[in-house]
Design a protein around this ligand. Structure first.
Ligand code: NDP
Length: 500
């Protein structure tokens, strides 16, 4: 069997990618069923949005408690559907729980109505701003982190007062159903529902009358989602792929950099949107870094034994992409210091380290989504930053440097950067997560992630009659003159631009 999904009429099976065994059978929800789910969600949203932030926090904390107490069960479904090691599934679920707690606990602080200054010209007004829920959010999630990634949208959208209809990937429908079932059990209303199926079910969700779509997946599908949403002016947040780089400076802790690079490149078998796919190393520490990385990578094995660090490639068609990138790199003068084309098996891919790979090859420019990494020598950090930035993507990045970490991080065009660590930003709930360029736009996590699922509501309330009546046809010439005087007084002393 070469695919992990089989269509059988109006149901489909999710299969274990390590063995091909059937894990579960799920309905292919039709366009009409998706619409019905959105209608139910809208009714539930009316109740949910009318609760106070504290009341929603109580419900979400109860759900969080259920997830936490049954986390081993959830990790087991994740392990079976994606093949990832049980420990990695536990780590992913734990981080998702932490994000849910942060979103529920901080929503009020970030979104509730607050006073802002009305300014001198409008001094008679009281100005407030608050962030109100959009209504129903459609979440289209991926299979690689089937809990952590969608929870970055689901948890924050719910905490902001929205209902959610979640379409999990066809490779991880059981995980989606588990989340919706435990929510329903805890809260008792369809504030979070799941619809399952293939790509068409996701497409149906885009057209089902939701108020926003939060999509995570490939850039190509992201464009299709955006095009479908454009028909109804439905806003979107797109978390697409990446081609994240690590840069290693001459003063870096080389051992730590090699260790972080290996984990960033190979954990989850390389199927991570913020996974490390490229490394640029200062020429003075290049040999030491490469030797250390290679030695550590040799210790890793991808197989289905319980002690394996690397699971299978979840999506079988990805094996061709990984093989293609390695082959192309080798054909164009690159060398595999570990692994190579033969590292790509029928279900598993062994760690592969490529050097001397031309910068315009697929292995350097396109998302590989496998446990492979290219390593290149650079003259200095200017070259490292320039090469890091020479890609269409801009999701995450990593800098290893003792003295210049913050400076170099600031020069990289990516939504997130880890300094002397790897992918650390994703585990900090108060930090926004998202990219630029082909990596998408909009943010999940943190205050920005809460605001992403709201609209800003501005209110200006007149406190007393204005000294100058400006917004009336009764405005006098005297008022115009007084306004001009006031503006000149306030803003007429603009500084001069210093000459260089
Ligand atoms: P896709 O972008 O095709 O799928 C992502 C999600 O979108 C899935 O739930 C999918 O459903 C759904 N979907 C597919 N077609 C449509 C559509 N027309 N309208 C609405 N929703 C749709 O990614 P793949 O899973 O096929 O992976 C392909 C590549 O994408 C990977 O190799 C990797 O490079 C990248 N990727 C990046 C991720 C990230 O975290 N940024 C996550 C996953 C993939 P279904 O699964 O049922 O088809």
């Amino acid at each position: 069997m070469t695919t992990t999904q089989q269509r059988t009429g109006s149901t489909f099976e999710s299969l274990n990618p390590a063995s091909g065994d059937v894990v579960g059978t799920h309905p292919v929800h039709t366009e009409e069923e998706v619409r019905e789910a959105v209608v139910r969600a809208r009714e539930a949203a009316a109740w949910w949005s009318a609760l106070s932030y504290d009341e929603r926090d109580t419900h979400l904390s109860a759900w969080k408690g259920v997830i936490t107490r049954r986390v081993a069960q959830l990790a087991d479904v994740m392990h079976q559907e994606t093949g990832k090691p049980h420990g990695d599934a536990m780590l992913e679920a734990a981080l998702a729980i932490d994000h849910l707690a942060w979103a529920a606990g901080h929503a009020g602080k970030v979104l509730k109505r607050r006073k802002v200054s009305a300014g001198l010209v409008m001094a008679n007004q009281a100005a407030t701003v608050e962030y109100l829920p959009l209504g129903v959010i459609g979440v289209i999630g991926p299979w690689n982190y089937p809990v952590f990634t969608p929870m970055g949208s689901i948890g924050y959208a719910l905490a902001a007062g929205n209902a959610v209809v979640f379409k999990p990937s066809e490779y991880s429908p059981g995980v989606g159903e588990w989340l919706a079932r435990t929510f329903q059990e805890t809260v008792g209303r369809p504030v979070l529902q799941v619809v399952t199926g293939l790509g068409e079910t996701g497409a149906a969700l885009c057209r089902a009358g939701v108020d926003k779509i939060a999509f995570t997946g490939s850039t190509a599908t992201g464009k299709r989602v955006m095009a479908a949403c454009a028909e109804t002016l439905t806003p979107v947040v797109i978390e697409a792929g990446g081609k994240d780089a690590v840069i290693v400076d001459e003063d870096a802790d080389v051992e730590a950099a090699a260790d972080a690079t290996l984990w960033g490149a190979c954990s989850n078998a390389g199927q991570t949107c913020t996974g490390v796919e490229r490394v640029y190393v200062h020429e003075r520490v290049y040999d030491e870094f490469l030797a250390s990385l290679t030695a550590k990578a040799r210790e890793l094995r991808a197989d289905d034994s319980p002690s394996s660090h690397l699971g299978p490639i979840t999506m079988p068609k990805q094996l061709d992409v990984i093989r293609g990138h390695i082959q192309d790199a080798l054909d164009r003068g690159g060398r595999a210091v570990l692994g190579g084309v033969d590292a790509v098996g029928e279900r598993f891919v062994q760690p592969t380290i490529l050097v001397d790979v031309p910068e315009d090859s697929a292995a350097v420019q396109e998302e590989t989504f496998g446990p492979t990494v290219t390593v290149a020598k650079v003259r200095d950090m200017d070259e490292a930053v320039a090469r890091t930035n020479a890609t269409r993507y801009g999701l995450g990045s990593t800098v290893f440097s003792k003295s210049r970490g913050m400076e170099l991080a600031g020069r990289i065009r990516s939504g997130m950067t880890a300094v002397n660590g790897v992918i650390t930003f994703a585990a900090i709930p108060s930090l926004p997560f998202g990219g630029v360029g082909d990596s998408g736009f909009g943010r999940i996590h943190g205050p920005d992630g809460l605001k992403e699922f709201t609209y800003a509501k501005a209110i200006a309330r007149q406190r007393f009659k204005p000294l100058l009546t400006l917004t009336s046809f009764t405005r006098t010439e005297k008022a115009d003159a007084q306004l001009a005087q006031m503006i000149t007084m306030l803003h007429g002393r603009g500084g001069t631009i210093p000459k260089k």
